[in-house]
Design a protein. Sequence first.
Length: 208
Amino acid sequence: MGLKENIRAARLGLEMTLDDVAKVVGVSRQTIQRYESGVIGNIPSDRLEKLAVALHTTPGSLMGWDDKHSANKPTSHGVKIPVLGTIVAGIPITAVENIIDYEEIPQEMAKTGEYFALVVKGSSMEPKIYEGDVVIVKKQSTVDNGDIAIVLVNGNEATIKQIQRSQSGITLVGFNVAVYPPHIYTNEEIEDLPVNVIGKAVEVRRKL
């Protein structure tokens, strides 16, 4: 299958609506519909990463690279990245860096930067990210508005949240607002605590 078919199949498999996907990716419902119809076929890499996160898959799978029948399938083995403990989707906890496991990512992805993985604990990011999911993270200190990021608070407390920026500061947003209301940090708090982005969530892997 091609990109448009893979996007639609992944969405329907998760029983997600166009609006559900659009909210995570940060685009309009019409844009997702154009992706699925093929009207927009050349999707920027950063947008493709967001689609993969929303659909609990990889950019490679959406592009068809992971399909064993695809002519574009990489012939080389993937690259192992460390799973560094647990990240809380809810109340931040102390960030740990002990390696508890390894995940594999495509070599093409590994060439674009430094990656690590974290296990999610808590329910504040449901129904998009569940407790026990493994999040693949690209290490970077800045993310775009609407991205899902790993954020370090007080230098040692890490959490996974969607980032919403404003002139006065940033808001950490959990999709399950009943569990985790949006938390606002002013520009002063960002400097004083501090509040730092340490990576961008580019893929969610569900562990059954």
